[in-house]
Design a protein around this ligand. Structure first.
Ligand code: ATP
Ligand code: MG
Length: 723
């Protein structure tokens, strides 16, 4: 049989790995060196050359999307379709196994998967039933505790809380939670893996069956496996299974979620005779991008060490753009994407990567303004996010009591004791009287149509909205938004949840304040109040929907979800101290290396052209930040960077000083500011101008504020008013 096509398009080392005799091996190699390609060809080789049955192959990928792609690629190379092979994520495979053996796993046949939100709700109930204060014992923290224990393979009985009363309490919650799940036939994500592991542990016959079956195990992105995943693979392989793992210690970015990069070296000791194959040629990126990434990651200690090179051209240097602020940054990025599209490139070849989800909003708006389709990969668009919709619903109700959708959404969010039964009565009354929910609720209260407690809860909600309207009437729009988020209790509600997700939600809420502050209605909205224009804008953006999978669209995603992917044109946005690396990593020190690896992952997604940008001033999470460029930029040698200077005018908030400044490009003195002059700033209050530098849009002034001391500000953005 001619099998040359299995080795075509592979280099010497890749061929070695693909055609190695059946044995365990580690393919350790840097980004873009063809690890995933090798894995696919190895599967094809096992099938076609080694004549192994598809039945004997189990392959693990990091995402479902990657699993689908891998199956597609195997079929392409081998020309046949096989559903007898198992290809999937760890969770997907464990689920498949538990479905097939639910009885041995002690699960009901109809067991259901508990997603993270359901898990949270259940834990909340349990904490409440224990009579604990959920501020001290937040459900989110219980969730992290339980998931982390499960990821380590630990049941409550395996944990020794010793004399630690806190730990004892968490443990009791874990215990009760587990009993509740078992009674209801519910399985959370971490449980899938733990249960699948125990299934084999407790059923040697079954384990032997699968050991006989899956003689070939292949795992991609091995550097991000956790303890239970490792144990699962180890157990399945036994003494005779052949395991091929591929990975890159420099791309380990999930340490914060329990991944253990040491699993790479553990593999070599645990699997007798496992060979290491290194791939050093990179096929993805140009020389400049690759060398810059290599130099950056060289700043990390304790690396396994790799030497990546490319035969390809140096290509263009990395574009480095120092933006004045986040709007300028977004405009720059979108401008470059337009250039790319104008030259015949497709939008889906462009990716914008950022550290945190909240950063997407400004980018989304800039893309919408230019009518460029975009997709948020593995995420939800800003105005469609749960917390944003909650907040907008309060604003909508304040503006319009008859907004039923908004009413439904927040009448009991945060929880205020308005149950489903009460709501059903309100809905029925509204139906009967053909009125809105608000009016029906009012009617029921007046007519005493609700039980005492329900009635006062509903009344409380109606008064809250009226009170919000009162309190907002004299406030600037962004202050109204801020006030509603706080006074409605939304912020506290999310704050009490704790954990990564809750933090992101609070950041998004704060970002909504920024959105309101920089919102400018367009001409079509002249007749609307500013708030109505803002609400319409948000609704339209949310209603736009994601570009579908087949539409040509710019790809937006966090750096974490970009792992394994590649794009001709890549932007790394917001590369600033405090944002990337994020402040917590800076404060805690030991997480800086992981941030640097994340930067390495980001840079190495780029094939032809990479832009890195940072903003001197950024409104994010509702606050102003003045940040230095990230240390990661400094760690890239100058020779690979091309600093881009733009002379374009940036749009400014409508401060009188800023406007005058821009209209005539006047010099510092002509802006109305002079040394020694007293000015006022919306946030810092009154102060004296003591210094200035630069000219044009870049001019800055130093103001000595009475309250907060000296600060340098960009004149165009500072909203300074002479007093
Ligand atoms: P990552 O670490 O980012 O997951 P990787 O090591 O898995 O990267 P691949 O995605 O497999 O790398 O390959 C990177 C790119 O290089 C892909 O476009 C792939 O098709 C191409 N490639 C890999 N090997 C070769 C080769 N021998 N000749 C030409 N192109 C190759
Ligand atoms: Mg890969």
């Amino acid at each position: 049989m001619d099998v040359s096509h299995l080795l075509d398009g592979l280099n010497e080392h890749q061929r070695q790995a693909v055609s190695a005799p059946q044995s365990s091996m580690l393919v350790l190699a840097g980004a873009g060196s063809g690890k995933t390609r090798v894995l696919v060809h190895r599967i094809a080789w096992l099938l076609q050359v080694e004549q192994q049955s598809p039945y004997s192959i189990l392959a693990v990928t990091f995402t479902n999307k990657a699993a689908k792609e891998m199956l597609g690629r195997v079929e392409q190379v081998t020309g046949r379709v096989s559903n007898r092979m198992w290809i999937g994520t760890f969770h997907g495979l464990a689920h498949r196994l538990l479905r097939a053996h639910y009885q041995e796993a002690k699960l009901p046949q109809s067991f259901q998967i508990l997603d993270s939100e359901d898990q949270h709700r259940l834990l909340k109930r349990i904490i409440k039933s224990l009579g604990l204060d959920d501020k001290r014992w937040p459900a989110r923290q219980a969730q992290s505790y339980i998931n982390a224990k499960k990821d380590e393979g630990l049941r409550p009985k395996h944990v020794d809380a010793g004399y630690h009363p806190m730990e004892k309490q968490w443990l009791q919650i874990y215990q009760l939670y587990q009993e509740a799940c078992d009674r209801a036939g519910l399985v959370d994500f971490a449980e899938l893996l733990l249960r699948a592991h125990e299934l084999w542990l407790n059923n040697p016959t079954l384990l032997n069956h699968y050991r006989d079956r899956f003689r070939h195990i292949l795992v991609d992105e091995f550097q991000d496996t956790n303890a239970i995943q490792y144990a699962w693979i180890r157990m399945l392989a036994g003494d005779s299974g052949k395991v091929m793992i591929v990975g890159d210690d420099d791309q380990s970015i999930y340490g914060w979620r329990g991944a253990r990069v040491e699993n790479l070296s553990k593999f070599l000791t645990d699997f007798d005779g496992a060979k290491t194959i290194r791939l050093e040629q990179n096929y993805r990126s140009t020389g400049n991008i690759l060398n810059a990434a290599n130099q950056l990651i060289a700043h990390n200690p304790d690396r396994l060490g790799k030497n990546l090179w490319t035969e390809g051209k140096d290509g263009e240097p990395i574009g480095l753009y120092s933006a004045f602020n986040e709007l300028d940054e977004a405009r720059f990025i979108v401008g470059r994407i337009k250039d790319w599209a104008d030259k015949g490139g497709s939008l889906s070849e462009c990716a914008i990567l950022y550290r945190g989800n909240a950063q997407s909003r400004v980018l989304e708006e800039a893309l919408l303004q230019q009518r460029l389709s975009y997709r948020i990969y593995g995420g939800v668009r800003f105005f469609e996010r749960q917390e944003i919709k909650d907040a907008m619903s309060y604003l909508r109700l304040v503006a319009n009591r008859d907004d039923d959708a908004a009413f439904e959404r927040v009448v009991n969010t945060p929880a205020r004791g308005i149950g489903d039964r009460t709501l059903e009565i309100v809905r029925a009354t509204a139906r009967e009287q053909s009125s809105t929910l608000w009016r029906a609720a009012q009617f029921l209260i007046e007519q005493k149509g609700l039980a005492g407690r329900a009635s006062s809860a509903v009344n409380g909600f109606l008064s809250l909205i009226a009170q919000l309207e009162d309190e907002c009437s004299d406030l600037a729009m962004h202050k109204q938004v801020d006030h509603c988020i706080i006074a409605s209790g939304l912020k506290d509600m999310y704050r009490a949840e704790k954990g990564e997700k809750a933090e992101a939600r609070i950041e998004n809420l704060e970002e909504l304040v920024t959105a309101a502050r920089s919102f400018e209605p367009d001409e079509t909205q002249e007749n609307l109040t500013e708030m109505d224009a803002f609400l319409a804008h948000a609704a339209l953006e949310a209603g736009e929907g994601q570009a579908d999978a087949f539409e040509d669209a710019v790809q937006l995603m966090t750096l974490h979800s970009a792992k394994g992917l590649e794009f001709p044109l890549v932007f790394l946005a917001g590369v600033e101290e405090g944002l990337f690396p994020n402040q917590r990593a800076i404060d805690e020190g030991d997480r800086l290396d992981e941030e640097r690896r994340l930067c390495y992952v980001g840079m190495t997604r780029a094939m032809q052209k990479l832009f890195i940008s940072h903003a001197e001033q950024r409104r994010l999470y509702g606050r102003e930040h003045y940040s230095a460029p990230s240390r990661f930029i400094r760690e890239i040698p100058r020779q690979y960077l091309d600093e881009i200077r733009l002379k374009t005018q940036v749009s400014t908030p409508s401060s009188s000083v800023a406007n005058r400044f821009h209209q005539s490009e006047q010099t510092f003195e002509q802006t109305g500011l002079s040394l020694g002059q007293r000015v006022s700033h919306p946030k810092f209050g009154a102060g004296v101008v003591v210094n200035y530098e630069g000219h044009g849009p870049q001019s800055r002034v130093q103001v000595h504020f009475d309250r907060v001391g000296a600060k340098w500000l960009v004149v165009a953005y500072a909203r300074l008013e002479p007093i």
